[in-house]
Design a protein around this ligand. Structure first.
Ligand code: GDP
Ligand code: MG
Length: 436
């Protein structure tokens, strides 16, 4: 898969210490091949690889402590830029938001109509599903079954003219207080004029807020060509990529926005009617690059400039002069990097340590900063002096509860304990130092 291939390329890069221009160029050749094999549009590949190469052989990468990781970070950023910016918002500015679902047969229109209805209903909207695929009675039945499952009404008029059905559906919605109308239209196996004319007629009749093209991401570049055609005829407002749960090669997701200029708004992640997600380019890029290994490397690369701080911290840890000032310093790093375990991971020998009880979330970080700020310098450098009355004063000063102060001090103690364990391991020399 694309993910596997990119991972292999990056692994090779990481095996080298400093990177030469030739190293980068060789790696980029392989990235290009991997993207083409994943069925990404060749023009998109060409431009993408050119941008990545230009940035990757720039000074900041070559002179960085972790050049391979910087390259990965650049690849990630360019993938995100290619698929973004995120625009999963739907235009709800009208009294009744009319959404037209269009796409080839089997792409997932009917299923996605139901998924979207459910998605909007959760958001407090009152959706109406409309059966405007009239060529097979089974298609109407399918939408009704889906409507039942998601608890939404389905408007249908049997096999009448889809334009009339769509207009009548909006009348019905107005009378029955539906504020979202989702029209499930017919598809064909291939694009033809008859289908396009019908869709254009519906569009002209109902003036939809959104025309969403549903594309099967399993079909790779074909999906993108289809999107281009539909966009020319209908001026799409967005794309929905379905079947991303399958073994897709990633090509459709990577090329669709770049080729059509239409944002990907949602992605279908399974056959169930809950399996719809807003599209986030960052998430997709992470998926393509592989969630685990490579992502953490990106994070470390982002924190490259923090390496010196990490080294200082390592010194602190060894001498065990780890006070609340250091704790605070560490937390501000955490804020930048996302998680405490990551910065501790950067310290050689630390990665195997369990970090239970030390994880903090963003909101808590703000609280902790407030609490430490309310302490006197002597309290910060020797937290053991913080008795009951000091705790009360600190809580009052920082606008927190005593329990918050207690919890913070406990977290600090836990961190300190871990550090002790860590220093012992370091001293006993059982763990070999890992290369950063
Ligand atoms: P339509 O012809 O465009 O209306 O497509 P359907 O909604 O009938 O879907 C065709 C098939 O694709 C059905 O079997 C769906 O269950 C399946 N399908 C749709 N979306 C997804 C998805 O996101 N993931 C998976 N695995 N299957 C999907
Ligand atoms: Mg259908």
């Amino acid at each position: 898969s694309l993910t596997q291939k990119l991972n292999d390329i990056f692994k090779k890069l990481r095996g080298k210490g400093k990177l030469s221009e030739a190293d980068v160029k060789q790696a980029m050749k392989e990235v290009r091949l991997a993207l083409l094999e994943a069925d990404v549009n060749f023009k998109v590949v060409k431009e993408l690889v050119a941008r990545i190469t230009e940035r990757a052989i720039g000074q900041e990468v070559m002179e960085s402590l972790t050049p391979a990781q910087q390259v990965i970070k650049i690849v990630n950023e360019e993938l995100v830029a290619l698929m973004g910016p995120a625009q999963s918002k739907i235009d709800f500015s009208k009294d009744i938001t009319v959404i037209m679902m269009v796409g080839l047969q089997g792409s997932g229109k009917t299923t996605t109509a139901g998924k979207l209805g459910k998605f909007f209903a959760k958001d407090g909207k009152k959706p109406l599903l409309v059966a405007a695929d009239v060529y097979r009675p089974a298609a109407i039945k399918q939408l009704q079954v889906i409507g039942d499952k998601v608890g939404l009404p389905v408007f249908s008029m049997g096999q009448q003219n889809p334009v009339d059905i769509s207009k009548a559906a909006i009348e019905y919605a107005r009378k029955n207080n539906h504020n979202v109308v989702i029209i499930d239209t017919a598809g064909r196996l291939h694009i033809d004029d008859e289908l396009m004319d019908e869709l254009i007629n519906i569009k002209n009749a109902v003036n939809p807020s959104e025309i969403l093209l549903v594309v099967d991401s399993m079909t790779g570049q074909d999906a993108v060509n289809v999107a281009e055609e539909f966009n020319k005829k209908l001026s799409l407002t967005g794309l929905i990529l379905t079947k991303l749960d399958g073994d897709t090669r990633g090509g459709a997701a990577l090329s669709a926005k770049a080729v059509t200029g239409c944002p990907i708004k949602f992605v279908g992640m399974g056959e169930k009617l809950d399996d719809l997600e807003s599209f986030y380019p960052e998430r997709m890029a992470s998926r393509i690059l592989g969630m685990g290994d490579v992502l953490s490397l990106i994070e470390k690369a982002t924190a490259d400039f923090d390496l010196k701080k990490a080294q200082e911290l390592e010194e602190k840890l060894k001498t065990q002069n780890f006070d609340l000032n250091d704790f605070m310093e560490q937390l501000s790093q955490v804020k930048k990097m996302g998680s405490l375990s990551q910065i501790l991971d950067m310290i050689p020998g630390f990665s195997q340590q369990k970090l239970k009880g030390v994880e903090v979330d963003d909101k808590e970080l703000v609280r902790i900063e407030a609490i430490i700020s309310s302490m006197t310098p002597s309290e910060r450098s020797d937290p053991s002096i913080i008795n009951g009355s000091r705790r009360r004063r600190i809580a009052a000063g920082s606008g927190t509860a005593i329990q918050d102060v207690n919890r913070l001090l406990k977290q600090y103690e836990q961190t300190k304990k871990m550090i002790k364990q860590f220093t012992r391991i370091e001293k006993s020399g059982k763990k070999s130092r890992q290369k950063l």
